[in-house]
Design a protein around this ligand. Structure first.
Ligand SMILES: Cc1cc2nc3c(=O)[nH]c(=O)nc-3n(C[C@H](O)[C@H](O)[C@H](O)COP(=O)(O)O)c2cc1C
Length: 205
């Protein structure tokens, strides 16, 4: 089994999310699973700008064979997609920004959610081509979004939709409320670490 950890934790060493992602990496390595890291703070995904979107559409929807500049501008999106498709387990780790994923995480999903590679059209609907693979979303947030605040949560829930659309069996671990309840930070992170081990343990069997 091979794993990929995709992280966007721009506060580096100070990032609580990064601590949780490192915990996931350590746990997987302790189980002799090869772990590759994609640090999106250093390797920023390309965006679906008009030219790039046009190339993607012509290739992946219209079946055109691209060359030269048209193909070159899909290179980074294709590399990120190939990297994801090469592993059985993906961990996506990031903090909540403005009730959602940081834009760089969304750009990574826009890069890898490619028709014909990770999902496809099928008999009047959609098929996730990553069926049988596992995904764990790790997020932290300043506030917590339980009960009547749940309608504000578009961060982990959005990743769950993206990964589910591609066919992944997805679990989520959230370290929520760490700014709102600073005295509980240690407790919140310890609980998240335990949940990460439980989720990954269940995935790897
Ligand atoms: C730009 C920005 C936007 C944020 N937006 C939210 C938000 O909408 N809701 C929330 O609960 N926390 C929000 N936070 C707080 C972070 O999610 C929280 O502090 C998180 O734990 C930071 O993770 P880190 O320690 O890994 O950097 C925001 C933080 C930043 C920097």
């Amino acid at each position: 089994m091979k794993a990929l950890i995709v992280g966007y934790c721009p506060r580096g060493e100070r990032s609580r999310t990064r601590q949780l992602a490192d915990h996931a990496a350590g746990f997987l390595r302790s189980k002799k699973i090869a772990v590759e890291l994609l640090d999106l703070a250093k390797d920023i995904p390309d965006l679906l700008t008009p030219d790039r979107l046009s190339s993607y559409y012509r290739r992946s929807y219209m079946g055109e064979k691209l060359a030269g500049k048209d193909l070159a501008q899909l290179k980074k999106m294709d590399q990120m997609t190939d990297q994801l498709m090469a592993v059985d387990l993906v961990v996506v780790a990031y903090p909540m920004y403005n009730f959602s994923q940081p834009a760089i995480i969304k750009a990574w999903f826009d890069s890898v959610m490619q028709k014909g590679k990770t999902w496809d059209l099928a008999q009047g609907g959609y098929a996730g081509l990553m069926k049988g693979r596992k995904a764990l979303v790790i997020t932290t947030s300043g506030g917590s979004y339980d009960g009547e605040m749940a309608f504000l949560e578009h961060s982990a829930s959005l990743s769950k939709v993206h990964l589910g659309f591609m066919g992944y069996d997805t679990k989520v671990v959230t370290g929520a409320g760490i700014n709102r309840y600073p005295e509980k930070e240690g407790e919140i992170l310890a609980k998240a670490r335990a949940e990460i081990q439980e989720a990954l343990g269940a995935f790897i069997g």
